[in-house]
Design a protein around this ligand. Sequence first.
Ligand code: FE2
Length: 167
Amino acid sequence: MADIVELIYADHDWLRRQFFYLDYATSDGELKAVWDVLATRVDTHADAEETVFYPALLKKGQAGDPEDETEDAIDDHNKIRNAVAEAGTHRVGSKVWFEAVGQARTENGKHLDEEEREALPDFIKSTTSELRHQLAMQWLQFYAEHQAGAGVNTEDKDAAGYIEANS
Ligand SMILES: [Fe+2]
């Protein structure tokens, strides 16, 4: 069976590694090659979680505090999205670009760590393998329908409104 938790963890590993690859880049062209794909994936990942994972956590989570976990995630996703968008307004390799990418990296790192300590463990303890399989399939469909960032929602979200709409 497929597993939404495995797919999210795999994405987290991939995102961390791509941020790391920026450190190996030796030209603006190499930076751009890594960043363009990474930035798109960061935004797609946040939208996929908000579409597939957090609504299920809000309805099924009980081992922790799903509303608090979701509020933290939405607020973090907004910070990460804003930093990615800021980077997109600057020339790749410029000082201000590095600052925005550094901000995205810092916020993303903090967020993944918190998600892996709170939201995912709550979900693991509160759900069945059947649900994890169903959500994995929805996750794969989401990625198929949003290739190269097509149609990804990068708008800021109001955490309280999101929680109310998805509980
Ligand atoms: Fe997330």
